[in-house]
Write a protein that binds this ligand. Structure first.
Ligand SMILES: Cc1cc2nc3c(=O)[nH]c(=O)nc-3n(C[C@H](O)[C@H](O)[C@H](O)COP(=O)(O)O)c2cc1C
Length: 204
């Protein structure tokens, strides 16, 4: 498959706006073109969770920021070549819009296009606890080809603080979308010698 080094990043109004900023920074470091869609809900969570300057940081990290209602944007069409789309974080509202292919708003439209073109769609869906409707929507998008990857911290990775956890969640989403995050992602290498607890492993 031809690689374009171009992604769509949808930011919706679920909690976890910091993950989106971290992800955009990683994509920029990797030289991948970033087409960003910020929903109205996310305009609010960005400010509430990260302060007034957060929206400007998103704009600075994007290659191109598309208006959330701009259905004429290039990313609204399947003919525009992109490798993948991530929705980070993904609210239950945006999840439902994607599950039912409403195409209402650019984020849902771009996600719909990503699915119809059989490109990778990663939804970092955040809500807790979940009711049957949330779970049904997750099952539905999974059956349609999306990957639901909630922002679950890797507790096994021995991370020191919240920043580390956010970094790992963003790096994992990047890897799930098909990009190599390199050393940014701490990969499980098995227990260290003092954790091995009698298990036998021989590697060459
Ligand atoms: C501070 C804050 C945190 C929120 N966190 C979540 C959340 O974690 N998950 C969720 O589904 N909605 C959450 N919401 C509600 C969404 O923002 C709201 O449903 C919004 O309409 C989502 O629309 P969007 O998907 O178009 O951004 C939160 C709202 C606020 C103000």
């Amino acid at each position: 498959m031809t690689r374009h080094d171009r992604v769509i990043v949808g930011i919706s109004g679920a909690s976890g706006a910091c993950i989106a900023l971290e992800l955009l920074g990683m994509l920029a470091d990797l030289g991948i073109e970033r087409h960003v869609i910020v929903t109205e809900g996310a305009e609010r969570t960005l400010e509430l969770e990260l302060g007034r300057g957060a929206r400007d940081k998103v704009a600075a990290l994007a290659t191109c920021c598309h208006g959330s209602g701009d259905l004429a944007a290039p990313v609204a069409s399947g003919s525009y070549p992109v490798d993948a789309m991530l929705v980070v974080p993904c609210s239950m509202r945006s999840l439902a819009a994607i599950a039912f292919g409403t195409g209402e708003g650019l984020l849902a439209r771009a996600a719909d296009v990503t699915l119809k073109e059989r490109r990778r769609l990663v939804l970092v869906a955040r809500e807790a606890p979940l009711h049957e409707g949330h779970l049904e929507a997750m099952l539905k998008v999974t059956r349609m080809g999306a990957i639901v990857s909630p922002p679950v911290p890797p507790f096994y990775a021995g991370l020191a603080n919240l920043e580390d956890m956010v970094r790992q969640i963003a790096a994992r989403a990047l890897a799930t979308a098909g990009f190599d995050p390199g050393e940014r992602l701490r990969r499980w290498q098995g227990p260290s010698d003092n954790q091995a607890n009698g298990s036998i492993r021989t590697c060459n």
